[in-house]
Design a protein around this ligand. Structure first.
Ligand SMILES: Cc1cc2nc3c(=O)[nH]c(=O)nc-3n(C[C@H](O)[C@H](O)[C@H](O)COP(=O)(O)O)c2cc1C
Length: 210
């Protein structure tokens, strides 16, 4: 039986994983359970605008990792010296170590032009795809499987690598694999990059604070 405690515990335990992948390949049964959880996400007008591309070819993983390494250098070079020093030891991906990449894509045309609920807020299509990712992330955590979201890429590069047709947009590269542990504290906090704000700073009553 699933208890209220379980879902809060999974939410608390979820981490963005970079360095803790064991190097074992995630078995297909667990992979499909996690993808099934992603596919059960809510979506505007029930449009289900997501697709999931499972990538395991070492040549593709290596090619993407090399591109991400270039983007990491570009970002580091854009930083003032003090921030660059803080950034230096932070690992930003586990593309080859995780051995499985899941590229999540978004199709804004899925479901045709009359999407119930999207007429006034066009971004709700993309929000739906993001919710699928969060479902995936929490289901993986419940399975003891790590997920690391990589966004250090140029969209045209990933579009080419995945041979995405026109209109299909890459939203995330997720590194997915078994882990030996989940860190208790997010890496960006542990390495002094940025802390989580206290809840009291994020919650407001009646109107936005002036
Ligand atoms: C949209 C998005 C993009 C992200 N891109 C990266 C990334 O490129 N590299 C990385 O190491 N972490 C990335 N992260 C992970 C965040 O750094 C992480 O979620 C945050 O520091 C909080 O840590 P936690 O997820 O372990 O709680 C991304 C997270 C999100 C939601």
């Amino acid at each position: 039986m699933v208890t209220e405690h379980d879902i809060y515990e999974v939410i608390r335990r979820r981490r963005d994983v970079r360095a803790e992948f064991t190097g074992e390949l995630l078995d297909d049964a667990a992979l499909m359970r996690i993808l099934d959880a992603a596919h059960r996400a809510p979506s505007v007008g029930n449009s289900q605008p997501w697709d999931f591309i499972v990538v395991r070819d070492p040549a593709t993983l290596t090619s993407f990792a090399a591109h991400v390494a270039d983007k990491r250098i570009e970002f580091r070079e854009s930083l003032p010296p003090e921030r660059a020093r803080t950034f230096e030891p932070i690992k930003i991906e586990g593309i080859t170590e995780s051995r499985t990449g899941i590229v999540v894509t978004h199709d804004d045309s899925r479901g045709g032009p009359h999407i119930l609920g999207r007429a006034t807020v066009p971004e709700t299509g993309l929000y739906s795809t993001i919710l699928a990712i969060q479902n995936l992330w929490l289901a993986a955590t419940a399975e003891g499987v790590g997920v690391g979201w990589v966004s250090f890429y140029d969209a045209p590069f990933l579009t080419d690598l995945m041979q995405l047709p026109p209109g299909i947009r890459p939203v995330a590269w997720l590194c997915v694999g078994p882990v030996h542990e989940f860190q208790a504290t997010p890496d960006l906090e542990r390495f002094g990059w940025r802390d989580r704000r206290p809840l009291s700073e994020a919650v407001h009553w009646e109107k936005f604070p002036g």
